[in-house]
Design a protein around this ligand. Structure first.
Ligand code: ZN
Length: 418
């Protein structure tokens, strides 16, 4: 096997090159073999991703389906889509098993077949950017060599203790991971809803939704509140769950999500340049987190606004909140205030959740597990021991199955190659 050529090469060229280097696993089944190298000197710098284990951060070959009902685009790893097709064809999956994560519309076998016939999106290419042990920081993406080559994320480093709480969430030294690079997954995209899940607070008409699905409000607006619905349970009101949009046809239990945030764009009408105060209130298990930020608005220029993960943001405002405005079923509220007689235009409103690393298994499951060092929570990591996970938590095979990895198994830190 030949390492990928050095220098700047486009992703498409890599896809055509003969130097196939594959990463990733799917549901315990290795979908493409990795490769081994005799000495570190021979280790190539660039790798092409395959498989869904780091979705949505890194993608192997994938395809994009558009929901026939709400229009949202669903990016699905090609191997996942192929397995879904086989499941439907063989009757392992009932015809209604594949549903749009956003609106619940059933995706038919014909649609899946059509999706498989469309052009494949080329896989991401990653590049090793650092090989020194001091660069192996919590949250970094790394390449692991363990019966194949795998892209993973470092969750725990030597000296730390990995444990799990009653919901299976992995904790580092007793705390949920708080590094800034935690990936985000969309929960609601308002522009893809004919009927919005965002409603004015009771007895208020402070916000008006426009025909283009943007919103307008005037100075010192009232609260706009997100009402979550579970598309897999008859669209009943419910908590946000840890769904993975691209895991089409993957059957599993869903758990309550955490770390909600929202993003949107703000603009002022012509002649209306001004500053606006943006407040968001987000429900968490340990209470409602209020965030406040000041945004300078420009006429007809959309300024992107993003709230922080409440787990790391902390509460920044003592604003009075109406009772029961923010609950597990209505977990996000938004309020914006600007100068007198001002109008504010808000568009591209979406709710996101932070990936939560979770281990719900009773025993390690992979054949590649180290029998001499079985995983047992809480596990203190020794001087040469690291705990790695994949961002696609339900499908990734990683330290939850292997046990810890050693320094020698880490080929280096990686970044997406441009
Ligand atoms: Zn849909």
């Amino acid at each position: 096997m030949t390492p990928l050529p050095p220098g700047r090469v486009s992703r498409r060229n890599f896809a055509k090159s003969g130097a196939e280097i594959s990463l990733g696993t799917l549901g315990g089944l290795t979908i493409s073999g990795g490769c081994r190298y005799g000495t570190p000197k021979q280790t190539p710098k660039r790798y092409r991703i395959s498989g869904p284990s780091m979705n949505p951060t890194l993608w192997g070959p994938s395809r994009s389906l558009a929901c026939e009902s709400c229009g949202i685009r669903i990016r699905v790893d090609s191997s996942t889509l192929q397995l879904a097709m086989e499941g439907l064809s063989q009757g392992v999956l009932p015809a209604s098993a594949l549903a749009c994560w956003h609106c619940g519309h059933v995706i038919t076998k014909t649609q899946v077949r059509h999706g498989l016939a469309t052009d494949e999106l080329p896989p991401d290419v990653v590049e090793i950017t650092a090989r020194a042990r001091r660069d192996f920081q919590p949250g970094a993406m790394v390449l692991i060599e363990r019966q194949g080559t795998h892209a993973k994320r470092l969750l725990g480093v030597p000296g730390q203790t990995i444990s799990r709480d009653r919901l299976g969430r992995l904790q580092i030294d007793g705390q949920l991971p708080g590094f800034s690079s935690l990936p985000q997954i969309t929960v609601d995209a308002d522009r893809c809803r004919e009927r919005s899940r965002w409603l004015n607070e009771a007895a208020s008409t402070g916000w008006q939704r426009q025909t283009d699905r943007s919103w307008t409000t005037h100075s010192d607006s009232s609260w706009l509140v997100y009402h979550h619905q579970n598309v897999y349970r008859g669209k009943h009101s419910g908590r946000v769950l840890d769904d993975y949009p691209g895991n089409l046809g993957v059957q599993r239990s869903l758990f309550p999500a955490a770390g909600l945030s929202i993003q949107f764009s703000l603009a002022a009408p012509v002649g209306g340049e001004q500053a606006a105060e943006v407040w968001t209130a987000i429900w968490t298990e340990s209470g409602v987190v209020l965030q406040q930020q000041r945004v300078r608005l420009r006429a007809n220029i959309a300024i992107p606004v993003q709230t922080k993960n409440p787990a790391v943001a902390g509460s920044s405002s003592r604003l009075h909140l109406p009772t029961d405005l923010v609950t597990p079923q209505t977990p996000v509220a938004l309020r914006i205030a600007a100068g007198p007689r001002s109008r504010i235009d808000l568009s591209d409103l979406s709710v996101n959740r932070t990936v939560v690393y979770r281990d719900t298994a009773v025993v390690p499951r992979a054949k590649s597990a180290n029998p001499a060092r079985p995983l047992q929570y809480p596990q203190r990591l020794g001087d040469d021991e690291w705990f790695v996970v994949g961002d696609n938590v339900p499908l990734s095979i990683d330290s939850r199955h292997w046990g810890v990895v050693t320094t020698a198994e880490i080929l280096g830190c990686i970044e997406l190659s441009t």
